[in-house]
Design a protein around this ligand. Structure first.
Ligand code: COA
Length: 203
């Protein structure tokens, strides 16, 4: 299957590597003027029209930018691919949405539901019955205990831990290393151990 990687930064490199190991033929990445000309031997183009492909994945770390790219490609009738590194352990009853990327060493446990265009980054764990919304990024080595929900567009930083059944809202950010011991509302930045509100998003 010929895969187009949308994005040409560090995260795109990680996706290219995983996609190849998962059996995709990575034909090109889409970057911007003045950026790298190739990533891991894959040509970086300025427009998707310049290459033939079957499926695409949005490989941009920033949630809002990735969501915009994902929506724009889907609106053109293009098909998002779900890319899972072969070392990830995904229970049989898990659902992974279209366009979602699962990095090396990730574990997703039974009955978890992961939305579209999500990044489950290196070594994170998403335990049983979690619900992860669209356009979320779960940072490297973060741990979600059972029954946690994470709203659309939210970023959980590297190494975050979340207690069972906590509800984390939409478009929020939890800082690296935080321990989330209760709910996090929509549109807030939380950080620390235990996690506390720092400021509203955009303030
Ligand atoms: C929480 C975070 C979003 C805050 O970013 P910011 O708004 O630019 O904040 P600043 O760096 O200006 O820091 C603001 C205050 O919060 C503190 N702070 C920042 N990040 C923190 C963290 N992770 N844990 C605890 N405190 C933190 C700072 O020390 C500072 O405190 P002060 O006001 O007493 O000096 C950011 O530091 C972070 O942790 N991002 C997650 C990145 C990540 O893991 N991404 C995964 C990519 S794969």
């Amino acid at each position: 299957m010929r895969l187009l990687v949308v994005g040409a930064g560090g995260h795109a490199k990680v996706v290219i590597d995983a996609a190849r190991l998962a059996g995709f033929d990575v034909v090109a990445a889409v970057g911007h003027e003045g950026g790298a000309e190739a990533l891991l031997g894959v040509p970086v183009l300025l427009a998707a029209q310049d290459v033939a492909f079957d499926v695409f994945i949005a490989a941009i770390g920033d949630n809002a930018a990735r969501a915009r790219a994902f929506a724009a490609y889907v609106a053109q009738g293009l098909t998002p691919a779900t890319v899972v590194h072969p070392t990830a352990v995904i229970a049989e009853t898990v659902t992974l949405g279209a366009g979602t990327f699962v990095a090396a060493g990730v574990i997703v446990n039974v009955d978890a539901r992961v939305g579209q265009d999500v990044i489950l980054n290196t070594g994170c764990t998403v335990d049983h019955d979690c619900v992860v919304g669209d356009h979320v990024l779960i940072g490297p080595t973060a741990s979600l205990c059972g029954g946690v929900s994470v709203g659309t567009g939210t970023l959980l930083g590297a190494g975050v831990s979340v207690v069972p059944r906590a509800c984390i809202g939409d478009n929020s950010v939890v800082g690296a290393g935080a321990a989330v011991i209760g709910d996090v509302p929509d549109g807030m930045v939380f950080a620390g151990v235990p996690a506390q509100p720092i400021r509203p998003i955009g303030a």
